[in-house]
Design a protein around this ligand. Structure first.
Ligand code: NCD
Length: 311
């Protein structure tokens, strides 16, 4: 039995460094098999349920694609708040308990922090958190690690800049915690009102990480090997004026990339609004579409491990 068999994946802190490496290594093997056009049937007869109470393109579709690529089947609620019994007042726990009887693994996204834990407590099959509000997005962090390793050939010794909405952005919460397992220097670039939550920064420093905080994107771009840019999370603001005031605070454009550290890698979990100008897209530095595609082999690895189809 592999150590991830039957496990819930709720926070990136649920995984040890060795377990993360196991996912990345398995993902690399699946990516190679896909590139060679191999047919994989490891999850034949198994069912994945995706329960999404918040919008998603990449996460839901790459999970579904991953399950299909492994020969498994998918049942799906894409608009949970509108089209499921949540609209009738059903709780996350009741829904998860019921769906656990229809599937072997559940992938859930929901706007409330802690909702993945609630589902996991109620379901007797593994639950994978695909985003719980401004909390965590552990599978995104795994595909981000995989992307950095693929683009740069390593994780140790890199300087990674996390840019944008570090307060509400769940991807950066999970990624920073994940990167802390390697000897990585991190620079957080955010307007003061959207800074990384103090408890995360403190935990990273306690683990021995070097963490810098700045508002100066240009200066950060000159020292970072990777810039991970994020969208201001409009849907988390109570006051639309506050969002409007912060929108467009940081824009990575071609001029910035050309003045940055040579060979810098630009990443973004997507969707982008205006944080990365379109003129960056043709540059070899632009890794964000490759990053999105890496979601498939990484989620294949996670599903195969959680469902104990590989060791
Ligand atoms: C992110 C998310 O949902 O947190 N998207 C994704 O899963 N790739 C980022 C975002 O919405 O800004």
């Amino acid at each position: 039995m592999n150590p991830l068999a039957g496990r819930d994946i709720l926070s990136i802190t649920d995984l040890t460094k060795e377990e993360m490496e196991q996912v990345l290594d398995q993902a690399a093997r699946f990516a190679q098999a896909l590139a060679q056009g191999q047919r994989l049937d490891l999850l034949s007869g198994r069912i994945l349920a995706t329960l999404f109470y918040e919008p998603s393109t990449r996460t839901r579709l790459s999970f579904e694609s991953a399950m299909h690529r492994l020969g498994g089947a998918v049942i799906s609620v894409a608009q949970g708040r509108l089209s499921s019994s949540a609209a009738k007042g059903e709780t996350v726990a009741d829904a998860a308990r019921v769906v656990a009887g229809y599937a072997d693994v559940i992938v859930q996204r929901h706007p409330a922090i802690g909702s993945a834990q609630e589902a996991a407590d109620a379901a007797d099959v593994p639950v994978i958190n695909a985003g719980d509000g401004a909390g965590e997005h552990p599978t995104q962090a795994l595909l981000d690690l995989y992307t950095i390793r693929r683009e740069k050939g390593r994780l140790d010794g890199l300087h990674v800049g996390l840019v944008g909405d570090l307060k509400y952005g769940r991807t950066v919460h999970s990624l920073a915690r994940a990167l802390a397992h390697w000897s990585v220097t991190m620079t957080f670039v955010a307007p003061p009102s959207l800074a990384m939550p103090a408890e995360i920064t403190a935990a990273l420093r306690e683990q021995g990480c070097t963490v810098h905080e700045t508002t100066d994107l240009r200066a950060a771009a000159q020292v970072c090997d990777v810039l991970y840019v994020t969208r201001i999370q409009k849907e988390r603001f109570a006051d639309p004026d506050e969002y409007r005031a912060l929108r467009g605070s940081y824009v990575v454009d071609r001029a910035l990339v050309e003045a940055a550290k040579p060979g810098i890698t630009i990443m973004h979990p997507l969707p982008r609004v205006d944080e990365i100008a379109r003129d960056v897209d043709p540059l070899p530095n632009a890794a964000y579409f490759r990053q999105a595609h890496n979601g498939v082999p990484v989620r294949m690895a996670l599903l195969a491990l959680v469902l104990d189809a590989v060791s």
